[in-house]
Design a protein around this ligand. Structure first.
Ligand code: C5P
Length: 224
């Protein structure tokens, strides 16, 4: 039985993954990176050479492959049919193709189901993505939505993975457009989400802020 669910949504490179990991550590909670789930299914679909625009073929990938997600320190480990693909799912071609999975209503349904299953096995969970507070966990205890100026997000991504700043910013802008524009599970803050602009904050400051807001909303005795 899950006693605490914290959701963190926001656009690419808004700081949600790192903040979610730090926060999970502070709370002694598990951490779920739902983007890694989209990436894993994308990689499996690429390997199966299915037509990315064909929902039926995409669904067959979920049936045929076994996906496993393990909350490890620092990062979520991802396995496809027992093979560790934690690094491969971060490749730019996987990032670019994830939009096909993300814009399919049936695939989103399956992934939300996987997310709820994962959470059901944890006592406390910090889960991050695009639709965690709006669709996956509408009754979460506390919901956050992190934003940051796009040029700052591009700088952060460049510091992480290297590459040309202008190209990185363009790719982020494209992903924002596709995440915000889709009809199913679009990127937007839940009505009851606490919105935090992280542009001028360090990651530690972000995590501290989240913890403060949780303490304000949920007195300690209610948090176990
Ligand atoms: O967060 P990350 O960049 O790893 O996510 C990869 C892609 O998966 C995103 O571009 C987004 O389109 C999609 N995604 C989503 N819903 C989520 C998490 C990720 O649509 N909850």
């Amino acid at each position: 039985m899950t006693s605490l669910i914290i959701t963190i949504d926001g656009p690419a490179a808004s700081g949600k993954s790192t903040a979610a990991r730090l926060l999970a550590e502070m709370l002694g909670a598990s951490f779920l990176d739902t983007g890694a789930m989209y990436r894993a299914v994308t990689l499996a679909a690429m390997r199966a050479t299915v037509n990315m625009r064909d929902e039926k073929q995409l669904l067959s990938v979920i049936e045929k492959y076994e996906f496993r997600f393990e909350a490890e320190q620092g990062q979520m480990a991802v396995y496809i049919n027992g093979e560790d693909v934690t690094k491969q799912i971060r490749k730019p071609e996987v990032t670019a193709n994830a939009r096909y999975i993300a814009s399919s209503a049936k695939m989103r349904e399956k992934l939300v189901e996987m997310q709820r299953q994962f959470a059901a096995g944890e006592e406390k969970i910090v889960t991050e993505g695009r639709d965690q507070g709006t669709v996956a966990f509408p009754n979460a205890d506390v919901k956050f939505y992190l934003t940051a100026e796009v040029d700052e997000r591009a700088r952060r991504r460049q510091a992480e993975v290297g590459g040309n700043l202008e190209n990185i910013q363009k790719a982020i802008e494209q992903r924002d457009k596709s995440d915000e524009g889709r009809t199913v599970g679009p990127l937007r803050p839940a009505g009851d989400a606490i919105v935090i602009d992280t542009t001028d904050l360090t990651i530690e400051e972000v995590a501290e802020k989240l913890l403060c807001r949780i303490e304000e909303k949920l007195p300690k005795r209610n948090r176990k």
